[in-house]
Write a protein that binds this ligand. Sequence first.
Ligand SMILES: CC(C)(CO)[C@@H](O)C(=O)[O-]
Length: 484
Amino acid sequence: MEPQAKQGTSTENDAQQGALEPKSSPSSPRNVADFYRVKPVLDRRIHILGIGSVGRFIAHSLRGIPNPPPITLLFHRPRMLKLWDEASQELRIITDGSSEKRGGFDVELAFARPRFHGHEIPLQDDFSDPSAQRPSESKDASPQLSEGESTEPINTLIVCTKMPHVLSALSSVRHRLHPESVILFMQNGMGIVEKVNKEIFPDPETRPHYMLGINSHGMNVNPDDPFSATHAGFGTISLGLMPHERDQKPAPYAPGLQFKPGGSNTEPIATDAAHAPDPYPGLKSPGPPGFRWTPYNRYLLRTLLRTPVLCATAFSPPDLLQLQLEKLAVNCIVNPLTVLLDARNGTILYNYYLTRTMRLLLSEISLVIRNLPELQYIPNVQQRFDPGRLETMVVGVAHKTRDNISSMLADVRAGRQSEIDYINGWIVKRGEMMGVRCVMNYMLLQIVKGKAGMIQWEIGEDVPFVEGKPGEDGVQIRGEPSSN
Ligand SMILES: CC(C)(CO)[C@@H](O)C(=O)[O-]
């Protein structure tokens, strides 16, 4: 497949698009045909990685707008590609019982590269043939590709995989992403950008641009159809562009900066208690954000904003961070408690024992959030993340989604890895960095992991019954000789 051959062209006359243009010489041709021949047009193709319910919903929605962008769905497994080829090659979204099919998607294979302790691990494609190597990272960073995998550049990527699988999924397309690409992360929980920077794009010079999205649409998958999803709850998508480290300029008048007479010119000293020397050297102090529009982050944002069914809105990075933290506080309560109780979201309401539990957890969550150094220069953070306000939010969401199975409960029941490390685990980790010991969140984290492990064991240990053949009585245990 040659995705580039299928790409559309943009008619947007975007001044920023000039960033992609080669420098024109005074003798550059001026007539229209030559202009289009010389000027590379913006690549409108959007790639989607992670074709679960949210990936299907976004892909389907984008294909429904006037002048839709070309969309490439990236499948991890050849089996999915085969199922797609055998099916109608359409995505179906069911809303209020009415189903709408849309086609016109391109598909590609991008094998997820499993990772272990921060490194890709080579796996065999075919376990019966140990000589057949799965793609893996090689020392010279030029990836080994499997048959069917593309090397075409990806300019615009939306990552909809669940949090625990983002790194292995992104590893499969790392060789196709470049410093001007934009990646939109659509995960629940916190901390993905830091992980991706550490493990996938450690060098800021070659790192793509990032956007973050918070989804509140309720989506359900249909177990018997891998290419459909049910739009169960109408929500919104909040979007924000992340400032890039390459664009950060040193802030000469950052609050609290002074220079010692005769001392090092770059070493800050404290001017007052509120602006004491940075206790978190890894975290940036809020200098001018140094934000830069690029052709692809502008294009992706515009395209998502003009897709009505997504109800997408754009926010500044500090506003988006606060929205993420509000969602985190809700998820820190609803998700693990519904796992422990093995019950729907509404169960945590009108039960004073559970209200007490919620309040104890929220006191730690609120303390951590209100002391995050990245929020210290934002007004009203103390009120916005007050435990009482957070409790009202949790109760509101639990009530609104009272008949839903939380995403964490669904993952744990199915024996999948949950997102708890990026939810309560993130609170515990950030608390540790600030000297706040979040013992209740820590305990909840351990119990949820314990319960998930228990269910994974049970699934693994399942006695594999096979149905009796016609005429045989009862069931037979696989591998055991038949009793009759
Ligand atoms: C808020 C929430 C718990 C509602 O179902 C949702 O974020 C989820 O399922 O993760």
